[in-house]
Every structure is written in C-alpha cells, then in structure tokens.
Design a protein around this ligand. Structure first.
Ligand SMILES: Cc1ncc(COP(=O)(O)O)c(C=O)c1O
Length: 386
C-alpha cells in the first residue's frame, strides 16, 4: 500500500502544528504563552453571528452556487468598491472556504505542472506547498535585511515558464507593506510579460500608518483586461477565522475557471458562513478599527520590549499582527532557539526558516495585552541569561 508522491512530498503547515502543540501544553496546565498563532482574540461582529443564527433557525440550510450566493458576491463587490476603488460585478467574485482556498483554486486555474510561480522571501508558509500541489515550481526572490524587495530582482526571475507572481502585502511574517512604486512596477512587468499577479490582501486593513495600496488602482487596465486577482477574507479583519470564508476578485475568465474547479473540489462554502460574511461586510466596521488600534499598541509594546534585547534586530511592522525579528547575532539556529524558548520560558514562537529566512523568529501580537506584557518579560529574561 502506498501514499502518492504528492502526498509524501507535502509537509504539514508548521504554524497549524504549533497551534496544536501550544493547545496540548495548555490542556496539561502549562502556562504557555502562544506567540505562534495567527488569529485575533476579538469576537466576530454581532451582525455576522446574528445572520448566521437566523439562517440556522430556518433549518433550511442548503447548497449554494459553487462561487457563493449572488447576495454575498454582491456584498463582496460592494466591499471591493469601497476599499479598492474599482467596481466589480458578482461575476468578478468567487467566495471560498477561506482565503487559503481562494489562493489554491486561483493557482489551480492559472498554473500547469512544470510552470513557475514567483513569490518573495520571507513568505507565508503555505505558498511553496500550494505551488507544489499544482506540480509547479516555486521561485523564491529574496528581499534585503529590511525585507524590502528590488523590482529588478523580481523581473529578473521571470522566465517563459512564469505564470504567476504572488505578493502578500502587508506581509506575513514581516508586517512590511510594499510601496505603490514597487507594486506599479510589478504590475507593469506582469502586463508586459503576460504573467498573472495574485495579491494576497488578507491583512489589507490591519495597517498602522499608511493604507496598503490597492493593485487595481495602479493600472490603467480594467478588471477584465488586467492581470490582477485580489484575495481577501473575513479571518483576520473580523476575527472570523473559524467561519472559513475568503474570496477572490479578478477577471471573469479566471473567476469562472476557479468556480468550475471549486464546484468539484468542495462546492460553495458553508451557507451559514456566507450569510455571516455578507452581514459582516455590510455592517458596522467599528470592530475592524478597534482591532487595528489595539494591534498598533501591541506592536509598539513588543517593539519597545525587544529594543531592550542586545543583539536582536527589529524591523518595525507596518501592519498585520506579526513581528519578524533577526536573532542571528545571538543564535543563528532559529529552530533551536524557538525550542529553548518553549522549554525554558514556555513561549511559543515560529522559527524563521519556515518562512524562508533562518536566524529569525516570528512573534504574533494578536493576543491579550497582559499576555503580551508577560511574554516580553519572559523574552527579556531569556536573552539576559544568554
Ligand atoms: C498571508 C496569508 N494568506 C492567507 C491566509 C489564509 O486566511 P484564511 O483563514 O482566510 O484561509 C493567511 C492565514 O494565516 C495568511 O497569513
């Protein structure tokens, strides 16, 4: 009996594994502080849960079209008009089981085995595996020590086999927002070379100073003539991770191919989650702003705390709820360092090597303030001891 080559070649998500490990330790009563995860602790918007409950109470919870209900796709189109400055129709929109599935289905729709997909390092842990799931080759473009990419490096990586460039801004794990100038250059290169651009905007509204530029605003081309597929979702901004609802906005021809693939793989996303999402998008947005301000205060707390640790190099995040610090001057082996932090201080962090940048650790600051303060104290104690 055999497991397929694909099944054997794909590794489990290191961050989801860490979540399980932290949960198991907590269940055993260990006072572990989990700076490894990627979900805010705030509650889902009331309008969202009320809409979900109202549907559940009808007891008529049915299949929807594979790309989602027209009502949800219209709500996503309205959201896009508000935050991206273009006005899509529902046929430019697909709703999926999380942004993760939208990204995966987009790649499946655009990439053949043997093709190449470019993304920047440090990258989100799932990108290389998603590309491999399509039988394609990940092409990683390095950024500098401040996690800034050079346009020339990206364009130099484009070959006749390149089908897609994936950009995530604000970026997980670094929190960096890429400049409008860089995005404009990447979009122009994609348009000139016939390459699709998938923009993973899942942290788009969780920015601390300036807004993250929208790709659609940086091109002369209309949605259907363009190369951009923008992915977003409710997980982070509305703290609705467990609803599993994300979406993609792009040219109709791409969205329609994605819907066909999704129709066979999973069908439409949960109808309850679709109702809840439509309500979250149309409802009061005060929760998103409150979360943004809370995260900014958390970022400042963590940045100031790490500034006291000699040898730690910190690039201040522009957004997200992650900080990616360079500890290589203290300990180049980031896996060993993360392990020691867990053993000695019961603090969970993610080694940088999982994001393509060894010597670093990713610290999440999306949990409670008291817990973060305690974590900073434990980190300072750990590094003071050497
Ligand atoms: C960069 C990035 N993209 C996509 C996702 C997936 O989000 P969702 O929960 O909507 O699948 C995450 C979640 O951690 C992420 O960090």
């Amino acid at each position: 009996m055999q497991i397929s080559t694909l099944g054997r070649s794909i590794s489990a998500s290191p961050t989801l594994q860490l979540n399980q490990r932290a949960a198991a330790l907590k269940a055993r009563g260990v006072d572990v502080i989990h700076l490894g995860g990627g979900e805010p602790l705030s509650l889902a918007p009331e309008a969202a849960t009320a809409a979900g409950v109202a549907l559940l109470n009808t007891r008529a919870v049915r299949y929807t079209p594979a790309a989602g209900t027209t009502a949800l796709r219209q709500a996503i189109a309205d959201y896009t008009a508000r935050f991206y400055g273009i006005t899509p129709t529902p046929s430019h929109v697909i709703a999926s089981n999380g942004a993760k599935q939208s990204l995966m289905i987009a790649l499946r729709a655009l990439v053949d085995p043997g093709d190449e997909v470019i993304f920047l390092s440090p990258y989100w842990v799932s990108y290389p595996e998603m590309v491999r799931l399509c039988g394609a080759t990940p092409v990683v473009v390095e950024t500098d020590a401040d996690f800034q990419p050079r346009l020339e490096d990206i364009t130099a990586a484009i070959t006749p086999k390149t089908r897609v460039i994936m950009l995530n801004s604000p970026n997980n794990p670094t929190g960096v927002v890429y400049s409008a100038a860089l995005l404009r250059g990447v979009i122009a290169a994609c348009e000139a070379r016939g390459v699709w651009l998938i923009m993973d905007d899942i942290y788009q509204r969780l920015v601390f100073d300036e807004a993250a530029p929208s790709g659609f605003a940086l091109t002369e081309r209309g949605l259907d003539e363009g190369v951009i597929i923008a992915v977003n979702g409710v997980s982070k901004q509305y703290a609705m991770t467990g609803f599993r609802l994300g979406w993609a906005v792009g040219p109709k021809v791409v969205i329609s191919a994605m819907a066909d693939i999704q129709s066979h793989e999973t069908s439409g996303p949960s109808t309850v989650a679709q109702e809840a999402t439509a309500a979250a998008l149309a409802g009061d947005q005060a929760g998103v702003e409150a979360l943004r301000l809370e995260l900014r205060a958390h970022r400042d707390l963590l940045v100031n705390g790490l500034a006291q640790i000699e040898g730690a190099r910190v690039i201040v995040p522009d957004g997200t709820f992650y900080l990616f610090a360079d500890f290589s001057a203290i300990e180049p082996d980031d896996r060993a360092l993360a392990e020691r932090l867990l053993e000695q201080q019961r603090v969970v962090v993610v080694p940088g090597v999982d994001f393509g940048r060894p010597g670093h650790l990713r610290l999440s600051y999306c949990r409670g303030r008291a817990e973060l303060e305690e974590a900073v104290g434990r980190l300072q104690a750990f590094f003071a001891r050497g």
